[in-house]
Design a protein. Structure first.
Length: 101
């Protein structure tokens, strides 16, 4: 399994965990008095975020991405729906372009 294919899976998982944190755990904490929802969802999201960053760095070096592309992919992890867009765009790029862009 390639670094890029693992990264795409991590990007999807990180995006889902971020949405779960924002739209499930936070409302449970504030409206249902369940602070542990944020605690555990936050731990999972934090771990997936660390994996996301590690795989951005690995893809940047292995596929020789330009710094702008690597930075854009990194900053996408900070927006709730952006990791899904990144994964879709990486899937659409030809393999030879992934290694050269």
């Amino acid at each position: 399994m390639s670094t890029l294919s693992i990264f795409k899976k991590v990007a999807i998982a990180e995006g889902i965990s971020y949405l779960a944190l924002l739209f499930v755990a936070e409302p449970l904490k504030h409206f249902a008095g369940m602070p542990l929802a944020v605690k555990y969802t936050g731990w999972v999201h934090g771990l997936l975020f660390v994996f996301y960053v590690i795989f951005v760095i690995m893809c940047w070096t292995e596929y020789k991405w330009k710094i702008g592309k690597a930075a854009m992919v990194f900053f996408a992890s900070l927006l709730p729906f952006a990791p899904f867009i990144v994964e879709k765009r990486l899937k659409e790029e030809p393999v030879d372009q992934l290694k050269a862009s």
